[in-house]
Design a protein around this ligand. Structure first.
Ligand SMILES: C[S@@+](CC[C@H](N)C(=O)[O-])C[C@H]1O[C@@H](n2cnc3c(N)ncnc32)[C@H](O)[C@@H]1O
Length: 249
């Protein structure tokens, strides 16, 4: 995605980002549980959450780790990471860390999380290889991302744009293997239900960066299509997430 569009999107979204998911604390709890089950963070572990956003998941992971470095290029998102001794904010992109342009505060990492970030990265091979170099032996890297096809209730143009832009999770696993890690791809789903108006307001707020490609009129027309397809009081859909776990030798 164009870097200016991405930066403008997250600068606008920062203030309301947590509301989208805090509406469903059960979702955040489920996702944190999935991440912890795969990353197996233990006391004494040093973790980096790359593209941490507001630290929505770093907060939960900090309960298991000795420190979670929260790296994020959007100043507006990073400013929302809670002030907590175990959450260490670092203003940096994945590319900054992978190339060593911005050094991280610890020598080696036991776990690195990239949740819904890699679609913003152009040279994913270089970023995955560079970040793999920050892992200690046996360290884990977890990429959590949407699959290429999603069943979100969006309008057709948005779904088509999504499918054309989203990287393939199987390709991410290949990049991890090329970077010298063992890699395993799994998927898991969580059933989401929103009051219809609440969900439509999230779409109007462009809660997904993808929606920043549509102007106000296109978005209003899209919301009308969604409403027609979902006339009830609630909108339900499964949120399926692909998890790619890499383990360093
Ligand atoms: C969909 S949000 C996910 C935030 C967080 N990981 C979560 O799951 O709540 C994507 C985040 O990636 C950040 N981002 C965009 N480009 C990035 C890059 N090149 N490197 C690292 N993070 C990036 C955005 O600023 C935004 O905070």
């Amino acid at each position: 995605m164009d870097q200016d569009v991405t930066q403008g999107h997250y600068a606008r979204l920062a203030a309301t980002y947590d509301e989208n998911w805090v509406y469903s604390p059960a979702f955040v709890e489920w996702m944190t549980g999935c991440i912890q089950r795969l990353l197996r963070i233990g006391p004494g572990d040093v973790v980096a959450d790359v593209g941490c956003g507001t630290g929505l998941y770093a907060r939960g992971l900090a309960e298991y780790a000795s420190a979670v470095v929260c790296a994020e290029p959007s100043a507006a998102m990073l400013a929302r990471v809670p002030r907590d001794g175990r959450l260490i904010p670092v203003a940096a992109s994945a590319e900054d860390l992978a190339s060593g342009r911005v050094p991280l505060p610890h020598e080696g990492y036991d776990a690195i999380l990239l949740k819904e970030v890699l679609h913003h990265v152009s040279d994913r091979a270089a970023v995955i290889a560079g970040l793999a170099g920050l892992l200690r032996p046996g360290g884990r890297m977890l990429v959590a991302m949407l699959p290429t096809r999603i069943s979100y209730p969006l309008f057709p143009a948005a779904l088509e744009l999504f499918a054309s832009q989203q990287p393939d999770p199987a390709g991410i696993a290949e990049l991890m293997r090329a970077a010298g890690m063992q890699a395993e791809l799994t998927c898991d789903s969580f059933p989401l239900t929103f009051p219809a108006e609440r969900y439509l307001q999230m779409v109007r707020n462009r809660y997904m960066s993808l929606l920043s490609h549509f102007d106000d009129d296109e978005l209003a027309a899209g919301v009308a299509l969604i409403r027609r397809a979902h006339p009830g009081e609630e909108i339900s859909f499964p949120d399926t997430i692909a998890f790619i776990l890499g383990t360093a030798a």
